[in-house]
Design a protein around this ligand. Sequence first.
Ligand code: RNT
Ligand code: ZN
Length: 421
Amino acid sequence: MVKAENIEKAYKIAKERYAEIGVDTDKVIAQLKKVKLSMHCWQGDDIHGFLNPDQELTGGIGVSGDFPGIAHTPDELTADLHKALTLIPGQHKVQLHTLYAVTDQKKDFNEIGPEDFKYWVDWAKKEGVGLDMNPTFFSHPKVKHNFTLASPEKQIRDYWIEVGKKSREIANYFGKELGQQSVNNFWIPDGFKDNPIDKQGPRDRLIASLDEIFAKKYEEKNTIEAVEGKLFGTGIESYTVGSHLFYNNYAISRNKLWTIDAGHWHPTEDVSDKFSAFLPFGKGLMLHVSRPVRWDSDHVVIMDDALIRIARSLVRDNQLERTNIGLDFFDATIDRVAAWVIGARATQKALLQAMLAPIDQLKKAELNYDFTTRLAVTEELKSYPFGAVWDEFCLENETPVGADWLEDIHQYEKDVLFKRN
Ligand code: RNT
Ligand code: ZN
């Protein structure tokens, strides 16, 4: 167990060190507390959901691993989420998918409406979290040859258009009931394994389908849509209908959020460089913080360079208010509850480290072409005692410090996870 008195001592010294360079650590702690992460429910059950859990996961995404304790029921999943949330400092949101509707009737995706998410709203109220939404366009027999909203068949498109419309009703219900805006994120798997002849047609159909889904107006304080593109999926390597450029333009022309999933780009592309190029024109951003390893592998997020760069851009450019930070990873080789905790805490640490910097002075140095100071100070900052501030943040938020949270996880494995089949 980390001793509280050591944390306090270390924090006192860290606070002074940062004060010497004009950084107020108490203010930074208060600033970080305000940042909500949107935790993705699907890490808890390998994206099975409750509607058709035996259906194979499709859409060119995949989960590997067989760590025991996967959640099978709504009560199991919410218990696991609750456990994770108690180990992550601050107040957050949870992202759902159509797949996670809770109903005892046999319902198809296009019949799922707000009434099937009452379970989640009741839970969210109890838990004190907001809810975000994602319509599910995969793991269903109506995904025909990898096509949904851009399908050449009207009846397939119409089916998925209805799923999209219903998801907006659901997100609106979340926003109204919980008193905070629900981001409704659209990602579809549509694309071709091999080179298409017609690259325009599918995109024109996708525009028409999305426009039809978004025709009805909802109050923005309750819900707003986000559109998520990608480079490719497994089995959909040659052509992605909803590419980045497509959704970047769609979001700007329709006043929607643009979702940037950190795993969806060429491996050498720096996603953090995109925020400031989009935001002057766009409504806002949704992030899917993820970690690609060689490809869009959705590894658990760690505090690596990519994550640090994301955090720095948001903080330095003052874009946190216009950015919804969602998580999107799935790993079944480790404890699934721990995966949430590791990824969320890493994201918060990266944000904290970014905030603990004399940003205004560095901007001034840059404006004065003083690139030497910029480089020297940013390098020195890396060895400042940011860990002591992180520990204090955890302590103030009544969450475990250091790896103490792992004890809770091991206990939870013994009491709950390892008793499940
Ligand atoms: C897929 C997208 C999408 C999904 C979730 C489950 O590549 O990233 O966001 O991961 O909807
Ligand atoms: Zn994503």
